[in-house]
Design a protein around this ligand. Structure first.
Ligand code: FAD
Ligand code: SIN
Length: 552
């Protein structure tokens, strides 16, 4: 058992993040390597643990990887990389087999793995473990990781900044942990930091989803791709005082109806597939319905009616949803659930190649933080857990870069102060930014609102860069900091997350303003059509934006 609070200063490979991507990456790496797995909160924190609907795999006799391939490309709206999708669907069966072998307890029907239908899947192919599939997977992966002597797990260790050597290769990461900021030397760093839903005021994502990996990679100069594509899930609980808890699409897959104010099934007015149309279509249908019918659309909701599903099935399939709704006063058996859309999944991310390497030698990205090409402009439901596993499995023959040199005899600089006034300013930015993004880069976007938001976020970034905390993000490679004041670590962490959110907010807004068409998860009121000449990726490197052809 190697979950520890101590943090060595060198590893063969450092994995950042303990969701499905990070845990499976650490397990897939050859067992002779010294792997450091650092994660900024408790080990069991991240979107993976919250995954409900399940994991897609074409393993039913009525299904095939070809059909899964076709559905994924259709959902991706012209921007998927077919080779990456082919790799995903063809390796799904092995990934599931491995999970079952390790002990993940998927639901079964007549002794066979049970499958459900989700939107835009042409076959029922989503394996599940009640409505807590992510928890079932993560629990098993954590057990396995803690059993592996070569993996050194350090919770509450926040990755602040990455470092390159003079040849441009990734060489280390600075980490805020236990009252210290230190460089960890490693020639191979795997970012598995998850998504960035916290950039929006309404999100299904946990608080750790602040886009850190994308921000760190961007500041290091790595190429990013398609950041304007964010998926808004149509049905998050919408109840004053309650978090935007996800009401799984599987609930609609099992037959639940979306209802308007008069009990009308309005989804069919917007798409012939009604409730099971692609997510972006259903989210926009709700958005439009509320804009047309609610006095205050921003604070209104529609309803999800489960009464059409047999009660026994609801109890068996969705115990967690029943329990959570009850906690907030909604009895799903006697009333419909109030729901509204929320930011859910980031299709864009750090561009990676077939072996998960980014444009920077030695820097890798896996899971939601990456852009492997499998999701294109819109992700097919339940493909993301699968992506984490299938791509992480690639690491089994991993050969790490030569270990980077350790800087000897560092004398830590002792910092006794803390920064209450600046912290209050950073807190204000942290609180205001998601509301601005929700209003400007949410479900429907337009040029003027995007431009105004870019100006505001730029001003916030300038303010943040001028704060004394900036010294900790720009730490010299031979420096080490000892924080003496009890509040300093929390304050620096808040600052670093706020900087990351401001960076990714800026990049999402710029990307959304740049793409003058609508496609997948990106919808422009002023450019509502999909344009053939925009069937290209948005590629970002430092401050440069360019269109990149599909196969680059
Ligand atoms: P995460 O699981 O989010 O893990 C990221 C990790 O990185 C966390 O441990 C975090 O603490 C750590 N971290 C972040 N920044 C830092 C830093 N600076 N330093 C150190 N550590 C850091 N997908 C499906 O396929 N099926 C589903 O049913 C499904 N349901 C979902 C339900 C919900 C409510 C949500 C939010 C998402 C759902 N998704 C689902 C999407 C899917 O869960 C995620 O895309 C996937 O789990 C991402 O895994 P990950 O390992 O990349 O990131
Ligand atoms: C859900 O259960 O609706 C979420 C599934 C997903 O995001 O893939």
């Amino acid at each position: 058992m190697t979950s520890e609070t101590t943090l060595p200063n060198q590893f063969d490979v450092v994995v950042i993040g303990s969701g499905a991507a990070g845990l499976y990456a650490a397990l897939s790496l050859p067992s002779h390597l010294r792997v450091g797995l650092i994660t900024k909160a408790k080990l069991r924190t991240g979107s993976s643990k919250w995954a409900q609907g399940g994991i897609a795999a074409a393993i039913a006799p009525t299904d095939s990887p070809d059909l899964h391939f076709k559905d994924t490309l259709t959902a991706g709206a012209g921007l998927c990389d077919p080779a990456a999708v082919r790799f995903l669907v063809d390796n799904a069966k092995d990934a599931i087999h491995h999970l079952v072998q390790m002990g993940v307890d998927f639901d079964r029907k007549n002794g066979q793995l049970a499958m459900t239908l989700e939107a835009a899947h042409s076959r029922p192919r989503v394996l599940h473990s009640k409505d807590t599939t992510g928890k079932a997977i993560i629990t098993t992966l954590i057990e396995q990781v803690l059993d592996r002597p070569n993996i050194h797990v350090v919770p509450q260790a926040f990755a602040l900044q990455l470092r390159r050597d003079e040849d441009g290769k990734c060489q280390g990461v600075s980490v805020l942990h236990d009252g210290q900021i230190r460089w960890i030397a490693s020639g191979s760093i795997i970012l598995a930091t998850g998504g960035g839903g916290q950039v929006f005021a309404q999100t299904t994502n946990p608080t750790v989803s602040t886009g850190d990996g994308v921000a760190l990679a961007w500041r290091l100069g790595a190429q990013l791709r398609d950041l304007e594509f964010f998926q808004f899930h149509p049905t998050a609980l919408s109840k004053p005082g309650a978090p935007r808890f996800l009401i799984s699409e599987a609930v609609r897959g099992e037959g639940a109806h979306l209802l308007g104010f008069n009990g009308d099934r309005f989804a069919f007015d917007y798409h012939p597939d009604g409730e099971l149309a692609p997510r972006d279509v259903v989210s926009r249908a709700i958005f439009s319905y509320l804009a047309e019918n609610a006095g205050d659309p921003a604070n209104a909701n529609v309803y999800l009616d489960l009464s059409v599903i047999p009660e026994e099935k609801v109890r068996r399939r969705f115990p967690n949803i029943i329990r959570f709704c009850a906690e907030y006063g909604v009895d799903v058996f006697s009333e419909p659930i109030p729901v509204a859309p929320a930011a859910h999944y980031w299709m864009g991310g750090i561009k990676t190649d077939a072996i998960c390497e980014t444009s920077i030698s030695g820097l890798y990205a896996i899971g939601e933080t990456s852009s492997t090409g499998v999701h294109g402009a819109n992700r097919l439901a339940s493909n993301s857990l699968l992506e984490c596993l299938v791509f992480a499995a690639q690491l089994q023959n991993f050969e790490p870069a030569a270990p980077s040199e350790l800087t000897e005899n560092i004398v830590p600089k002792v910092i006794t102060e803390h920064w209450r006034r600046e912290t209050v300013k950073a807190q204000t930015i942290r609180a205001d930014l998601p509301f601005l993004l929700w209003q400007s880069a949410g479900i429907c976007r337009d040029q003027q609102t995007l431009d105004e938001a870019i100006a505001q976020v730029s001003a916030w970034r300038d303010q943040l860069h001028r704060m004394p905390f900036a010294q900790f993000l720009n730490l010299a490679e031979d420096a080490e900091i000892q924080l003496e004041h009890p509040d300093a670590e929390t304050e620096i962490r808040l600052y670093a997350e706020t900087c990351n959110l401001a960076d990714v907010a800026f990049l999402i807004l710029k990307s959304a303003a740049w793409r003058t068409e609508s496609r997948g998860g990106h919808y422009r009121l002023d450019y509502a059509a999909t344009q053939p000449d925009w069937q290209v990726h948005t590629l970002i490197e430092n401050d440069q934006f360019r269109r990149s052809p599909l196969l680059e």
